[in-house]
Design a protein around this ligand. Sequence first.
Ligand code: GAR
Length: 190
Amino acid sequence: MKRIVILASGNGSNFEAIVKTARKEKWPVEIVSLITDNPHAYAIKRAKRLRIPCKLLNYKEFDSKDSYNKELFKILKEFSPDLIVLAGYMRILPPYIVRAFRWRIVNIHPALLPAFRGLHAIERAYKAGCKVTGVTVHFVDEGVDTGPIIAQRCIEIREGESLEHLERRIHRVEHKLYPTVIKKLLFGDE
Ligand code: GAR
């Protein structure tokens, strides 16, 4: 049994897609926990519904970023995951966590990296007038959205398409791509 831990700060739709795909395809995997920094994250409700344990590390209850990250590190080590999956986790992991789990942390980003790193990537690509954007899954390194790219999908931005419509299409692609990549990383092509 492989062990994965998923970190999410918000909606959690990628978290749910991973859980559902793993169950449907009967991966030999234990989704050990969802970890969230945000007590208002909708991902918490999804975790309850999906019966996945949820660890809330309320960022605002820590007196510093440092103490928050130290606690996060402690918990991650206790969970001893084969893979740490960032799914809309909106904080930067400190270098010592990245180093401790090198090649075992992945992230999904809603743009074709290295374009549009950082926040609001879908909106920035849309407003820049791009004809093509996409989705990237990459290993996490010490930078922000800079780690080695594992997989990408292109998505054309249609003439006259609304931002909301594009967002929905991007999320649909994410929900297929992320589980596919995670499965391959955990189990290869078997
Ligand atoms: C996803 O679109 C993900 O690519 C993005 O946040 C969203 C989370 O959605 N991540 C980033 O922008 C990271 N830089 P979800 O909470 O519904 O999975």
